[in-house]
Design a protein around this ligand. Structure first.
Ligand code: R1P
Ligand code: MN
Ligand code: MN
Length: 397
């Protein structure tokens, strides 16, 4: 094993995949390529920090447009394949922490069964409308004004294992929305539902073309059924800091301190603050704008601009790192804004591994599972290794 680090920081660029996975056909996702198509739509991405770390070195046969392959990359680099039986955020993040999701979560392309809808109606005293897949921004355009009059619940889903409830903040106050979501959460843990997430989707505005979703979105995820590497860190008395959606994704488990964020920028600012504090353990950051604001909306140019903005804040973060820090930059799945549909895409995800301690990086073998991250964290901090995954600490030389 190589020398260990005092702090490991994982940044998840939510949905920033790096090309179709070898099993993309199973998901009808052949040809997807989030980073590639985004960079093409931008006529070349300007991401000097990701570039110098070696982003395009991950696939020199098809470099990301505008991002030069480095002769002396600063990071160790590769891509990772997902073993979980899905391509949702929960699958990706749990797998990273050593807990792949091998029983597929269920999706409801034709809407949720009457039995469930009726229970939600009885509990809330509100009628449910829609109950089919939809884009969240389109569905509030379509039904928001009606909801303002009737107080009905807009229930919708997507290609993911999610039940989402859109609610105008003035009609269905946040507290009530969260209570309804918590009730729906309890009903959908086991078969026949086994749903990944219930998501509260509050929005504001006075008419259809002014509606805007707020940052008070809440994702009620299943509770991890087994220990993750984060739980092992906490048990060992180490810090496990969660920035952005991480707290929701792990239902608060294995976390010593967590911060919700309102944007990628806010998330990076929080990480930069965390880097100024002395601690021993993990920081785990999720940047969800790529996914929620641009990937599902199929907005490749805006997606690319968000990558450029992230890159510039990454520059600030890199300056704060010391020889005691190891930074891992990765993603949880793809969400190709240049692809058909509006759902996630089954892709490889990039992995960049950097510490100021390194003189130069090089290629690591392609990882067969995201759990190699969890195994690396576990081996670094000397806690029990996850059942799945192989650490790569010893390869960083
Ligand atoms: O269209 P919106 O509401 O953004 O929802 C998207 O966000 C959900 C969770 O990330 C996905 O399942 C997709 O439906
Ligand atoms: Mn995600
Ligand atoms: Mn998503």
């Amino acid at each position: 094993m190589g020398e260990t680090f005092k702090r490991i920081h994982v940044i998840v660029m939510d949905s920033v995949g790096i090309g179709e996975a070898s099993d993309a056909a199973k998901y009808n996702d052949e040809g997807c390529d989030t980073l590639g198509h985004t960079a093409e739509a931008m006529d070349g991405l300007h991401v000097p920090n990701l570039e110098k770390l070696g982003l395009s070195n991950i696939r020199p046969e098809k470099p990301i447009q505008g991002v030069a392959v480095q002769e002396h990359p600063e990071a160790f680099y590769t891509k990772m394949h997902e073993v979980s039986a899905g391509k949702d955020s929960m699958d990706g993040h749990w797998e990273m922490m050593g807990l792949p999701v091998m029983t597929p979560l269920h999706t409801f392309p034709n809407g949720f069964p009457d039995e469930l809808i009726q229970k939600i109606e009885n509990f809330s005293g509100r009628k449910v409308i829609w109950n089919k897949p939809a884009s969240g921004t389109e569905i509030i355009k379509k039904f928001g004004e009606r909801q303002m009059k009737t107080g009905e619940l807009i229930v919708y889903t997507s290609g993911d294992s999610v039940l989402q409830i859109a609610a105008h903040k003035k009609v269905i106050p946040l507290k009530e929305l969260y209570a309804i979501c918590e009730y729906a959460r309890k009903l959908t843990i086991d078969e026949p539902y086994h749903l990944g997430r219930i998501i509260a989707r509050p929005y504001v505005g006075d008419r259809a073309d002014h509606f805007e979703r707020t940052a008070n979105r809440r994702d009620l995820t299943l509770v991890p059924p087994e220990k993750t590497v984060m739980d092992s860190l906490v048990e060992a008395g180490l810090e496990s800091l969660a920035i952005g959606k991480i707290n929701d994704i792990f239902s608060g488990h294995g976390i010593t301190e967590g911060w919700h964020t309102v944007s990628n920028e806010d998330g990076m600012n929080r990480l930069i603050e965390v880097l100024d504090h002395d601690f021993h353990g993990l920081s785990f950051t999720n940047l969800v704008d790529f996914d929620a604001k641009y990937g599902h909306r199929r907005e490749p140019v805006l997606f690319g601009k968000a990558l450029e903005a992230f890159d510039s804040q990454l520059g600030e973060a890199l300056e704060k790192l010391t020889d005691q820090d190891l930074l891992l930059i990765t993603a949880d799945h793809g969400n190709d804004p240049g692809f058909k549909g509006t759902d996630h895409t089954r892709e490889y995800v990039p992995l960049l591994v950097y510490s100021p301690r390194f003189t130069e990086g090089k290629a690591l073998p392609v990882r067969g599972t995201f759990s190699d991250i969890g195994a690396t964290i576990a081996e670094n901090f000397g806690v029990s290794l996850p059942k799945v995954g192989t650490g790569f600490l010893g390869e960083l030389n």
